[in-house]
Design a protein. Structure first.
Length: 135
């Protein structure tokens, strides 16, 4: 019988399956690396974003909008007119098709405008919009 308060040495051994832990840690590392790559791509995309130079003039008959879109081709421009706004999206590309810049601009238009009669043309990297008003 052991005395009260007496110290006893107890020995035991534990085996840990490190293979399972290592596999789990590798999966976490892969997911972390994949997430970092995705965030890096998003950051690169936003760093290429620009708001283009825009000049707006209007009188009682129409609104004229001039937008500078350097290195942008006509096929890479998207115009969307809805809810009293004109949205312009454009992409400048390298010869191999890689996007080097993205342009985006939203312009409020008056309620008296007639978007269906809007005229748009691009020349020398300059987009010109002519938006007539109801008379």
């Amino acid at each position: 019988m052991a005395k009260r308060g007496a110290k006893r040495d107890i020995k035991f051994s534990v085996e840990i399956n490190t293979e399972g832990i290592n596999s789990f840690l590798k999966k976490i590392k892969k997911k972390k690396d994949k997430t970092i790559r995705k965030l890096s791509n998003i950051t690169k995309r936003f760093s290429k974003y620009e708001e283009p130079f825009c000049e707006i003039r209007q009188n009682h008959k129409r609104m004229k909008i001039v937008i500078k879109l350097p290195d942008v081709k006509k096929k890479d421009i998207l115009l969307n007119v809805s809810d009293g706004k004109i949205e312009i999206k454009a992409e400048a590309r390298e010869r191999n098709g890689k996007i080097i810049k993205t342009f985006h601009r939203i312009i409020d238009i008056p309620k008296c405008s007639v978007p269906k009669r809007m005229n748009a043309n691009i020349k020398n990297e300059t987009l010109k919009l002519d938006l007539p008003f109801k008379l």
